[in-house]
Ligand binder design. Structure first.
Ligand SMILES: [Zn+2]
Length: 117
């Protein structure tokens, strides 16, 4: 257990962010499937724009799912007392890193190695 990070505050951040992401997902589900493009009304170019926007929306949704999973893992680690330690090497994660993003699960060294791979 670490005493150099404000675990309760970071946990509050995690829970709030999880709620935001879940609400965004629910709102998206409520809106239903992407609307059929009105081909008669929209020109070729704006149709491309619409398709691009749709693709960006899907990419954003995937990113949100990944973040949700990371947050859930972080919260599990809060519960088990492992929060704040790198999941790869068990070294403490720098407090600044956790303040930047409380859902980060690795130390800076492991994060950089992962990027190099
Ligand atoms: Zn590490």
């Amino acid at each position: 257990m670490r005493d150099d990070i404000d675990r309760e505050k970071l946990e509050r951040h995690l829970r709030r962010r999880r709620q935001e992401l879940e609400e965004a997902r629910e709102a998206k589900a409520r809106d239903g499937a992407p609307k059929e493009l009105d081909q008669a009304r929209v020109g070729r170019l704006s149709r491309m724009d619409a398709m691009q926007q749709q693709a960006m929306g899907q990419a954003a949704a995937r990113l949100a799912e990944v973040e949700l999973q990371r947050i859930q893992t972080a919260l599990n680690r809060v519960a088990s007392g492992e929060y704040g330690y790198c999941i790869l090497c068990d070294e403490p994660i720098a407090p600044k890193r956790l303040q930047f993003d409380p859902s980060l699960l690795t130390c800076i060294d492991c994060a950089q190695k992962a990027e190099e791979d």
